[in-house]
Design a binder for this molecule. Structure first.
Ligand SMILES: Cc1cc2nc3c(=O)[nH]c(=O)nc-3n(C[C@H](O)[C@H](O)[C@H](O)COP(=O)(O)OP(=O)(O)OC[C@H]3O[C@@H](n4cnc5c(N)ncnc54)[C@H](O)[C@@H]3O)c2cc1C
Length: 469
């Protein structure tokens, strides 16, 4: 909790903004103010001087101009899922994009045009009735913007790559208040930077994504094994995945079964490892392909089954409610997953202080790795696995224990790391040098040039920040 108070702004200046604004201006006296500043990580309690809920690109430009001209910090909020809380600031302007959540498909069903404040559930609801999808993440409540701009690792990555690999164009309000379109044939430098360089270059008001055909049902594979067996299970999973078809994308995910009637009572409180995967192809084929993963001895539980992609995207939503829990998430890319590394992972997990915590080993490969690395600013696609530590806990008194646990485990695991990491799991953003580590020297330097062109004064700095060249 911070005890900052919202800075009062000049009333005449706010009135003048209000007079041109189609959306809603929410100041600290407004009834909606407290709800509007809540983001996903319950540790974040920041008080913007005003919240500009934009309805269109002109509103966004007016809010950008207002923040710039008054020398105020500027935060952009779409899904509000960033665990570092970049979507909200103290004493500045927060542009809330959530009213801009429309999705339009091209009649040929090969493109989706998605407004800058949409969540993945908005996209899935618009595309899946036509048996189409574009790769998002693992859940539907995350914002399209933050996830895509720093990469986007989801269930469809094996066949279709990252979310940012499918970004074909965008309309962006830049720091000088202009509306700039970018595609591979115009302002291609900006499109390249948006494919992994984060929210550094302006406010994206429209995304254009490539769409892919998907069956009406995919196979979701989710056997859950007791964590005592994790060393054996993860090793078998690694060996299986080494020759699995690239249509199969997933992760080995450590958690604790909650005291929830959705689970059998005799499993409550058990620490487990789930082998969660989606087979991006006919469901019967996915059932057959994943059978070995479900047969490493008896799973404690098995939530596998054929279901629409849209349903799969919502399975985890309830586990991650907005603004309730306190969180600190960090990742590192692994050089390999040899037996020692598996043992080190499980040894660290045995010491986790909170039963609400998740941790995962994500398998990389397929289209995600074949995609031309030059075509995007995404840091590194060559690592075979990513380890992510997603500490989640309930009370302020446990902050130190949980944050220290992640930091210690993360630091120790650097022995096994390629040295690179995923920028969408940025801790609390306390270590900005990790941005360069994540992106690599060459990509970072190239991004600095693009930053200088579109945001030379670093107005958009509440993010995984690129310093202008
Ligand atoms: C429960 C949960 C599940 C997750 N699952 C996945 C997953 O499966 N795969 C994965 O890759 N990641 C995942 N993430 C991480 C997620 O990708 C990041 O947290 C991401 O930043 C969220 O985007 P957002 O729009 O919701 O966030 P916000 O907090 O709204 O924004 C994040 C950043 O993007 C910038 N931004 C937001 N909107 C815009 C815009 N319109 N234009 C320009 N910049 C903008 C903001 O300034 C901020 O810096 C998950 C996070 C959570 C909390």
């Amino acid at each position: 909790m911070t005890d900052h108070l919202a800075t009062p702004l000049d009333a005449a200046a706010i009135e003048s903004l209000r007079s041109v604004f189609r959306g809603e201006i929410v100041d600290p006296t407004h009834a909606a103010y407290d709800a509007a500043r809540v983001v996903w990580n319950g540790m974040i309690d920041r008080k913007p001087a005003l919240i500009a809920r934009a309805r269109n690109a002109a509103d966004v430009a007016a809010a950008v101009n207002f923040a710039r001209d008054h020398g105020l910090p500027l935060a952009i909020r779409s899904g509000g899922h960033n665990v570092a809380g970049y979507a909200v600031c103290d004493g500045g302007v927060m542009i809330d994009m959530t009213l801009m959540n429309g999705v339009r498909l091209s009649p040929a069903l090969d493109r989706a045009f998605v407004e800058g404040g949409a969540h993945w559930l908005d996209v899935d609801a618009a595309t899946t009735p036509f048996n189409r999808a574009t790769p998002g993440g693992l859940i539907s409540g995350t914002g399209v913007a933050g996830l895509t701009l720093s990469g986007g690792i989801g269930w469809l990555r094996g066949r279709h790559g990252l979310a940012c690999d499918n970004l074909m164009g965008a309309d962006v309000v830049t720091a000088d208040g202009r509306l700039v379109h970018c595609s591979e044939s115009g302002n291609a430098d900006l499109l390249w930077a948006l494919r992994g360089g984060g929210g550094n270059f302006g406010v994206v008001v429209n995304f254009e994504f490539k769409l892919h055909e998907i069956p009406s049902e995919l196979f979701f594979c989710a056997p859950i094994y007791a964590e005592e067996r994790a060393n054996e299970i993860v090793l078998k999973w690694r060996d299986f995945m080494a020759s699995a078809p690239e249509r199969l994308s997933g992760l080995a995910e450590f958690s604790t079964i909650p005291h929830d009637p959705a689970y059998p009572e005799n499993t409550w409180g058990r620490r487990v490892v789930a082998l969660a995967h989606v087979y991006d192809g006919p469901a019967e084929e996915g059932d057959r392909v994943t059978a070995p993963l479900r047969g490493f001895g008896d799973p404690l539980l098995d939530f596998s089954g054929a279901m629409p992609y849209r349903t799969i995207q919502t399975l985890y939503d309830g586990i991650f409610p907005k603004g309730r829990d306190r969180c600190y998430w960090k990742s590192t890319y692994l050089k390999s997953l040899d037996d020692t590394i598996i043992q080190d992972v499980t040894a660290h997990l045995a010491k986790r202080p909170s039963e609400m915590t998740f941790a995962s080993i994500w398998k990389f490969g397929g289209a995600m790795q074949r995609f031309n690395p030059e075509a995007t600013a995404f840091g590194d696609r060559s690592a075979p696995f990513m380890f992510s530590l997603d500490a989640i806990w309930a009370d302020h008194a446990s902050d130190q224990a949980n944050i220290s646990w992640v930091r210690n485990a993360w630091t120790d695991m650097q022995r096994h790391s390629t040295g690179r990491l995923y920028l969408n799991f940025p801790g609390l953003g306390e270590d900005q040098s990790l941005v360069k580590n994540a992106l690599g020297e060459t990509t970072y330097a190239r991004l600095q040039q693009v930053k200088r062109k579109y945001d030379p004064e670093n107005l958009f700095r509440l993010n995984q920040n690129i310093q202008p060249a």
